[in-house]
Design a protein around this ligand. Structure first.
Ligand code: FES
Ligand code: FES
Length: 155
């Protein structure tokens, strides 16, 4: 089996994996970062979104071996020095979750959205950009509110 090495949340990690191992399986099963969730087997739900080399990616759509040498950020890597990332804080303050299953993917997509589109995000843009993230609980209203607030707070 090949050994794959990458940087995850600023730390060098490596593990022996089968070539068919998905990035999400590598993160969850090989290095124990279970904040990245699996909510479907059709690449639709977005619960597995992480950042790879600075871009949001559904980690169930990429093989771990394709990420050799990459820099990966997961939900566990957002908080710094014991303080939540502004987008995490905004979800907390605006009740942007119910069961929380979709939340890691929502937040990773939201941070990417701000990095690509800036801090002023209107409701229509946020809803369009969330096309790849499914929430089964909230009805999205407070998620949209959280992302707008988080975008402002990321200035
Ligand atoms: S688990 Fe990746 S999109 Fe659903
Ligand atoms: S909060 Fe439950 S799936 Fe989104």
């Amino acid at each position: 089996m090949p050994t794959v090495s990458m940087t995850v949340n600023g730390k060098e990690v490596s593990a022996e994996v089968e070539t068919r191992t998905l990035l999400v399986q590598f993160l969850r099963d090989h290095i124990g970062l279970t904040g990245t969730h699996v909510g479907c087997d059709t690449s639709q739900c977005g619960a597995c979104v992480v950042h790879v080399d600075g871009k949001a990616l559904k980690s169930c759509t990429r093989l771990a071996v394709q990420c050799e040498g990459a820099s990966v950020t997961t939900i566990e890597g957002l908080a710094a020095n014991g303080a939540l990332h502004p987008m995490q804080q905004a979800f907390h303050e605006n009740h942007g979750l119910q069961c929380g299953f979709c939340t890691p993917g929502m937040i990773m997509s939201a941070v990417d959205m701000v990095e690509r589109l800036g801090n002023k995000l209107d409701e229509k843009t946020i809803r369009q950009e969330l096309e790849g993230n499914i929430c089964r609980c909230t009805g999205y209203h407070n998620i949209v509110k959280s992302i707008a607030a988080g975008a402002e707070a990321m200035k």
